[in-house]
Design a protein around this ligand. Structure first.
Ligand SMILES: Nc1nc2c(ncn2[C@@H]2O[C@H](COP(=O)(O)OP(=O)(O)OP(=O)(O)O)[C@@H](O)[C@H]2O)c(=O)[nH]1
Ligand SMILES: [Mg+2]
Length: 457
């Protein structure tokens, strides 16, 4: 299923998710062009229980579909609706809204091998293939000519709420998890994670917060501050230790100069890629007029896999995400596309979540049930060009003097997802070589373990 790519664009998905009664995620179950345009195959993908979205992509560019809150043949699905999406907006046709004549006759959603959304949309079998009837054809032309479609997709609607273990024990196991983590790919000695984002987004604070969680008290370090062009100017890597003076974990968090609005200010694309590919020396002082090149002091001409970055993290401020400038959006998307070409996993860390919603300010355990934050997470995904499931909300320690269990859990959970993304990618892309294995032999116990990570969702 992983190789099946949804035709639904991020923008269309965002429109559609807003129509659903609660925060949700879409999981692609069926795609006609991949699984065959066969009604039986489509219907076999509906589970007994669940909520579903059917989408038809027409040759004309129109996208139409319907939502079912029940998969069985019950005639009354009060929550069902049909919809139409175009670039700018989505039109919603609820089941019992008399003012929208197209949808007044919502009847059985699934019967006689058909999937029907009242008079709006009907999928049925003809000549062993899926046929689609849509209201436009009926209304405008007054005859039953089938519109031509490009594809049909079925999605399961899942809850967007990720369950986290909000207990002291949960925090303990997440913490232990990080302490005992070893990369599944034997070539990696450590996991180097690069934090990139605009000034003040919370890159340095995240490093400080993760270190605070591990040390068991809020650290007050000098590298956090505000400056319009970025407070931190150098490449600085921080090994995360299991406790004060303790052994380093396998995680290194790397801080760099902030991204600017476009190529003229802040971290340039050239310099970001030089860091990611491992050419930039530790402590490099970024200067936009002097891009990193072979003559740069300390330049690594042949970086090893352990000099490279293994996960790129875009750090964005939830309070500012809705007003992201076009220049910053372009910078983020260009970086995202370049990094994707390098087969390096990427995630978005959405910070300052305590400042967007009162409930979260009271207790961060409300992050996944807050509709306000859900919108910001969708926007963050859209801005960078990644799916919303890659957005990890966190609250950094900023003004508090003592730790809070749930804030720790959210921070550790973000670290957990980052490490998981690295293991998922590098296990596949970098099978161990004899040379890598002989460089630093990992323990036998590690080789027998399928994964170092706990799965919570
Ligand atoms: N309330 C709140 N404040 C935060 C959070 N993250 C960071 N801050 C505050 O935001 C300000 C900037 O944080 P930094 O961590 O220095 O931001 P940065 O991305 O490293 O910024 P530069 O080094 O300038 O690029 C500081 O005053 C932090 O205390 C958060 O999650 N919640
Ligand atoms: Mg900083």
């Amino acid at each position: 299923m992983a190789s099946v790519v949804a035709a639904l664009s991020l923008e269309q998905e965002t429109h559609l998710l807003k129509l659903l009664p609660e925060p949700a995620q879409l999981h692609l179950l069926y795609k006609g062009s991949r699984h065959g345009f066969n009604m039986h195959t489509l219907r076999s993908k509906f589970d007994k229980e669940g909520r579903f979205v059917v989408i038809v992509y027409f040759n004309s560019g129109d996208v139409k579909g319907g939502y079912l809150s029940k998969s069985s043949n019950e005639s009354e699905d009060q929550d069902a609706f049909a919809f139409e999406i175009n670039h700018q907006e989505v039109t919603h046709f609820p089941v019992l809204d008399d003012s929208k004549s197209k949808a007044t006759h919502f009847s059985t959603a699934m019967s006689n091998g058909c999937v029907t959304f009242g008079d709006c949309l009907k999928l049925y079998t003809e000549n062993r293939s899926i046929c689609v009837e849509s209201w436009d054809i009926m209304y405008h032309q007054g005859c039953w000519r089938e519109p031509e479609y490009l594809d049909v997709e079925l999605y399961r609607v899942g809850s967007a709420r990720r369950e986290l273990p909000w207990t002291v024990e949960g925090r303990g196991s997440l913490r232990k998890n990080l302490v005992s983590f070893k990369p599944a790919c034997r070539s990696l000695n450590r996991v180097r994670v690069l934090l990139m984002g605009p000034p003040g987004s919370g890159k340095s604070s995240f490093i400080n917060s993760v270190r605070s969680v591990m040390f068991g008290r809020v650290l007050l370090l000098p590298f956090i501050g505000t400056a319009t062009k970025g407070f931190i100017k150098k490449l600085k890597s921080y090994d995360i230790r299991s406790e004060r003076g303790g052994k380093p974990t396998a995680l290194t968090l790397c801080d760099v100069l902030a991204l600017g609005d476009g190529e003229r200010t802040g971290l340039t694309l050239t310099d970001a890629l030089a860091v990611i590919k491992g050419y930039a020396p530790e402590g490099h002082d970024f200067q936009s007029e002097a891009p990193i090149k072979a003559e740069t002091s300390g330049y690594r001409p042949v970086p090893s896999i352990n000099d490279q970055i293994h996960c790129a993290v875009f750090v964005l401020n939830a309070c500012q995400i809705m007003s992201t400038s076009d220049d910053l959006t372009e910078t983020l998307r260009t970086l995202q596309a370049e990094i994707a070409d390098l087969d390096i996993p990427q995630v978005v860390l959405l910070t300052h979540v305590d400042q967007v919603c009162h409930a979260i300010q009271e207790d961060v355990k409300f992050v996944y049930s807050s509709r306000i934050l859900q919108e910001k997470m969708q926007k963050a995904a859209e801005v960078v060009g990644l799916p919303v499931s890659y957005v990890l909300p966190v609250k950094n320690y900023s003004s508090e003097l003592s730790l809070s269990c749930n804030t720790d859990i959210l921070l550790l959970s973000a670290v957990h997802h980052i490490l998981q993304a690295v293991d998922d990618t590098y296990e596949e892309n970098h099978p161990p070589t004899t040379a890598d294995a002989s460089a630093e032999p990992p323990s036998a116990e590690f080789h027998n373990k399928p994964s170092n990570l706990l799965i919570f969702d």
